[in-house]
Design a protein around this ligand. Sequence first.
Ligand code: DQA
Length: 158
Amino acid sequence: MTSNTPIILILNGPNLNMLGRREPEIYGHQTLSDIESLCHNTAARLGLSIDFRQSNHEGELVTWLQQAYGTVAGIIINAAAYTHTSVAIHDALKLHQDIPVVEVHLSDPKTREPFRHHSYIEPLAAALYAGLGAHGYVKALEFIDKTRNQANRDNLSL
Ligand code: DQA
């Protein structure tokens, strides 16, 4: 990786640190650290680097989104339960309207309890991968890579 390798911020919300032990019939057996390794390998294949984080605290996620302003080339976010409640994360994501934001969920919240059907992230996301387990993170990185390549081609043909 060179020093100008694009950085993709991958944010994970509350309880995702318990993956592997947490409701494996819904979320699978992979741990968050397994998912982080998968993301590292995928990013390396695509020539990207990742900043992979998890927090149980809404404000910390908001602070990380603010700190990333102007420094990252894309954002992948699994806001977990905050997906369905957080206007603060929605507002912080609005800082990043000039880069691709991708929403990811391991399960498909839209097919679960009604309180999971609404997402505050979705209106700001260029793509959504849900119900694919950890593979959703791979798809999200590939989407960001494709979007960036397309944007570069569009710039060249101006
Ligand atoms: C989740 C779905 C959310 O509804 C839930 O609160 C989570 C995980 C998922 O990845 O499937 O914690 O975001």
